[in-house]
Design a protein around this ligand. Structure first.
Ligand code: PGA
Length: 250
């Protein structure tokens, strides 16, 4: 895999639609020469306006969640087809905040993965261990999350999949995994992906997430099995997000 990186911002529950559009207007000229694939996972309410604002730029717009059903009586939920229709090209599935605060398990996450794929969305499947699990059995946890999250993904849809390894202890804490720990874990995930998808597993991008900042991005992104970053807090400011996008070539 070449080292054209994938840098995705995860805005979580931040930014109104107008703030989001303003961000894109400011970011566009700063990243127009970048070779990185750039994405922003914005709140549902900003998908349509952001997709219009990002038209003709190199910035892809995505959602942070979907429901697994095609449609139905599920008050407050949003379908994959709806975010697609609003202009999203990808969706984050299985973020640790959804696993923890909304009790999403691997079975539900797997159903969302399949739904997103069948609607033609790319999927960023998030996996990661807590600090207790890091001490005890993190490899087993990651194995289960990948195996169960991807088990019925058909071979012809593998190129719509990305993985984000986000250790829970590194998310929003300011304390990222060291580049060595991240690399070692990515290499482990890579071996699991080839177990699941055979050779095709080598082509699935694995992003690192958890306190990625302009100061640590380069040392993480230069590791061979780190194909990009999923950035939370530092993606909320144009300056820090564009610094991360440009970090690998400086
Ligand atoms: P963080 O969040 O960069 O603020 O740690 C990452 C994420 O939750 O995807």
């Amino acid at each position: 895999m070449d080292k054209d990186l994938i840098i995705i911002g995860n805005w979580k529950m931040y930014k109104s639609s107008s703030e989001a559009v303003e961000f894109i207007k400011q970011l566009t000229p700063l990243v127009k020469d970048s070779k990185a694939t750039i994405g922003l996972a914005v709140p549902f309410t900003a998908i349509e306006s952001c997709s219009k604002a990002a038209k003709g730029t190199s910035i892809d717009i995505g959602a942070q969640n979907i429901n697994d059903a095609r449609e139905g009586a599920f008050t407050g939920e949003i379908a994959a087809s709806m975010v697609k229709n609003a202009g999203a090209t990808f969706v984050i599935v299985g973020h640790s905040e959804r696993r923890e605060y909304f009790n999403e398990d691997n079975t539900f996450i797997h159903a969302k993965v399949l739904r997103a794929l069948s609607e033609g969305l790319k999927v960023i499947l998030c996996i990661g261990e807590t600090s207790e699990q890091r001490e005890k059995n993190h490899e087993e946890i990651l194995h289960t999350q990948l195996q169960e999250g991807l088990k019925e993904v058909p071979a012809e849809k593998v190129d719509q999949i990305m993985i984000a390894y986000e250790p829970v202890w590194a998310i929003g804490t300011g304390q990222s995994a060291t580049p060595e720990i991240a690399q070692e874990t990515h290499a482990f995930c890579r071996s699991l992906l080839t177990e699941i998808f055979s050779d095709k597993g080598n082509t699935v991008p694995i992003l690192y997430g958890g306190s990625v900042k302009p100061e640590n991005a380069k040392s993480l992104l230069e590791k061979p099995d780190i194909n990009g970053a999923l950035v939370g807090g530092a993606s909320l400011e144009v300056k820090s997000f564009s610094a991360i996008i440009h970090s690998h070539k400086e």
